[in-house]
Design a protein. Sequence first.
Length: 152
Amino acid sequence: MILDTLAQADRYLALHPLFARAFEFLHGTDLGALEPGVHAIQDEQLFAIVEDCSGRTRTEAKLECHRRYIDIQLVLEGVDEMGWKPLAACVDPATDYDAARDIRFLNDAPASWVATPSGSFCLFFPDDAHAPLVSAGRIRKVVVKIALAGAA
């Protein structure tokens, strides 16, 4: 897991061939004008999901993990207090893996919580279980999904 600001995104470009395009989208798009929902960037290899909702409590938030996509979760408004735990340390699955949605939920408690303010992002790899959308208020964010090489 990585926590940083969008202004520092260039330091992560070498981590994946599609990160340059993902951060170009985040820097060059009027994100405030995007409606909630899915937005294509580059076929199934790279797309964005805009969320605008009330936050949930830590108790309500379930850890989730993905096998085929990396997440860049950029907070646009509010503060998203995201839970995190290494997937290898998770022992209590809540659901089976849903291949169509690329998600599995876990009953494990997060090992830590990261308050992610507006203008900051968390980058989650498939070995990072995470519990997003935790807040006492409203959260508006964009999640860019980046396919692992050969995964989409």
